[in-house]
Design a protein around this ligand. Structure first.
Ligand code: HPA
Length: 265
């Protein structure tokens, strides 16, 4: 598989920080970035083609807190039918043009009983429950074949963000994210099992991108927006609409946290 070429304007711009904006969090690019350019994914030859109507996305690049950033407004999910190597191609591409730090965001269900919808959780670690790995079958030269995963989410950067949160009275949680394929939500029995495995939150993304970023030795930071209590903990049925609604409600707080993270990176 080839890493696609990007327009010269974007390559010359030399973004240093990448942001993957998860479900309901794409607004960040429009609200907070001083936009220099946009690049729809379907204009990139060899890029995965969206299988879901309205699910197409774009790169938005510009400056934030004086840093050159590139955002993925819309990401690819395994449940959409992409191969792992394809859905993580954007990470390889961002690395190729100079991105050394990756912020990965997502919407997630809260398993930890201390979490309430609207909370933010910085990822301390993850559990790959996808049943596969994005490095399987990769034929290119870039990256370590057997990357170490002892500290996927950068400890020093997490400490700085933790301190910022404390200083600004932001109740930032920190915990373990477990990735499932979706797209069905979990059963209560699965959530009890995931809790026993040590998961604090559950979602359908992030882990593939984080693994590929680490094989490329990028610095990674993960932030979950806890949009709902996970199945069985929640007294009500789960729906994508409720997930989006919560993400929408905490927009300003999420944007402040992410912008602070970029500034501290
Ligand atoms: N489960 C899986 N993925 C999710 C959830 C959930 O409860 N909420 C948001 N994304």
């Amino acid at each position: 598989m080839q890493i696609p070429a990007l327009p010269v304007e974007l390559v010359d711009f030399k973004p240093e920080i990448g942001l993957i904006l998860g479900s309901g969090l794409g607004f960040f690019a429009d609200d907070r970035i001083e936009v220099v350019g946009r690049l729809p994914y379907d204009k990139i030859e060899g890029f995965p083609v969206s299988t879901v109507p309205g699910h197409a996305g774009q790169f938005v690049y510009g400056t934030l807190e004086g840093k050159r950033v590139i955002c993925m407004q819309g990401r690819f999910h395994y449940y959409e039918g992409y191969r792992m190597a394809d859905l993580t191609l954007p990470i390889r591409l961002m690395h190729r043009i100079g991105v050394h730090t990756l912020f990965v965001t997502n919407a997630a269900g809260g398993i930890n009983l201390d979490y309430t919808p609207g909370d933010f959780m910085m990822l301390s670690d993850h559990i790959n429950f996808l049943g596969t790995n994005p490095l399987i079958g990769w034929q290119g030269d870039e990256g370590v074949r057997f990357p170490d995963m002892t500290e996927v989410y950068d400890g020093a950067l997490r400490a700085r963000i933790r301190d910022w949160a404390k200083a600004h009275s932001v109740d930032l949680k920190e915990g373990v994210y477990l990735a499932t394929t979706g797209p069905s939500f979990e059963t209560p029995a699965e959530i009890r099992a995931f809790a026993a495995l040590g998961a604090d939150a559950v979602g359908m993304s992030t882990v593939p991108e984080a693994i590929v970023a680490r094989t490329l030795n990028m610095r990674v930071l993960g932030i979950s927006c806890i949009t709902n209590a996970a199945a069985g903990i929640s007294k009500t049925e789960l729906s994508h609409e409720d997930v989006s609604e919560t993400a929408d409600r905490v927009r300003p707080q999420f944007a402040d946290l992410l912008a602070a993270g970029v500034q501290l990176a």
